[in-house]
Design a protein around this ligand. Structure first.
Ligand SMILES: Nc1ncnc2c1ncn2[C@@H]1O[C@H](COP(=O)(O)OP(=O)(O)O)[C@@H](O)[C@H]1O
Ligand SMILES: [Mg+2]
Length: 297
């Protein structure tokens, strides 16, 4: 099965529950933190963004979508007894594998190492997204730490999100790979909006400069109008040090540059509205539909 065949699949799942709304003024947002290249800061930003959202804006579920080679448990020094592999094998339900992380964030752990889970075919991927969507604890934000690259594992998980946050930095390959990822997600998966975050920047101007370079590169593919700049995260050794000690930035260095940047990012994401459905496979599809109805009523 190639990518194009996955776009219009509609899932039939268990009866949608309204559990996913916990405050009347909030809808469920599913934010994929992604990039075309490794080492761009996805795991660091996903963990800290989830924490910042949980501090102020509602209940958060953090998904480690590096399904066959877990990131988040290692980054936070957690030792989950079960993980997504046990859900796929039918041993556990999705609710049973969730563990509590910092600031009350709920985490869905990936397998420590399972090559089969790193190379799921599209059908298995869709099944996995379906199973994750059965998670039943009230939630306002789902933050997904995606793998890197432009393979199916990356594009399908991005397809399933309501918001795609693409990280860029001044690594020579970062912009090129970001363009490729955005191009595939737009052309094949019909995604229409890409939130861009400049990471590891020297200054606010440096962040804007990187975004403008990305926009220029996107013009030739007609993608520039689909980008929305979300600001920047300063290069900050406190962020590195915090994760080295398996903590979030807010635990030890809550007043540093990167903590302020991540707090601002959480604030802007709390205001961004959900786009209309693009017709593709979506995580929590039925919950989101249900919430839209509540909103528009
Ligand atoms: N804003 C930042 N400032 C300093 N170091 C950062 C920043 N963001 C990420 N890092 C560091 O970059 C490295 C890669 O980050 P990681 O989150 O593992 O990337 P990815 O998940 O994209 O592979 C880690 O050492 C992390 O501490
Ligand atoms: Mg990572």
């Amino acid at each position: 099965m190639d990518n194009t065949e996955t776009c219009n699949i509609t899932l039939v799942g268990k009866t949608p529950s309204i559990n996913h709304i916990v405050r009347n003024d909030l809808s469920l947002k599913v934010i994929a933190v992604t990039s075309g290249n490794g080492g761009s800061g996805k795991t660091s930003i996903a963990i800290n963004l989830a924490t910042a959202l949980s501090h102020t804006y509602g209940k958060v579920l953090l998904i480690d979508a590096n399904f066959g080679l877990s990131n988040i448990d290692v980054a936070l020094g957690l030792h989950p007894k079960s993980n997504i592999r046990h859900v796929l094998s039918g041993k556990n339900s999705i609710d049973e594998i969730a563990i509590q992380g910092p600031a009350d964030v709920q985490i869905l752990p990936a397998a420590p190492y399972d090559p089969n889970l790193s190379s799921l075919n599209n059908k298995e991927y869709l099944e996995l997204i379906h199973l994750i969507s059965q998670y039943s604890t009230p939630t306002n934000y789902v933050v997904i730490d995606t793998p890197s690259g432009i393979g199916n594992d990356v594009t399908l998980i991005n397809q399933s999100a309501s918001h795609i946050l693409v990280l860029i930095n001044d690594n020579p390959s970062s912009l090129k790979r970001a363009v490729a990822l955005i191009h595939i997600l737009k052309r094949i998966h019909k995604k229409k909006m890409f939130l861009i975050l400049s990471n590891k920047v020297r200054s606010k101007e440096h962040g804007e400069f990187l975004f403008n370079r990305l926009r220029e590169k996107c013009i030739r593919y007609g993608l520039d109008e689909h980008l929305k700049y979300c600001g920047c995260i300063h290069r900050d050794e406190n962020l590195e040090n915090s994760l080295r000690s398996q903590k979030t930035i807010f635990e030890n260095y809550s007043r540093c540059n990167s903590a302020n940047d991540i707090t601002k990012l959480a604030h802007s994401l709390s205001y961004i509205s959900n786009p209309d459905s693009d017709g593709g496979i979506e995580l929590f599809h039925e919950h989101r539909l249900q919430l839209d109805k509540v909103y528009k009523a």
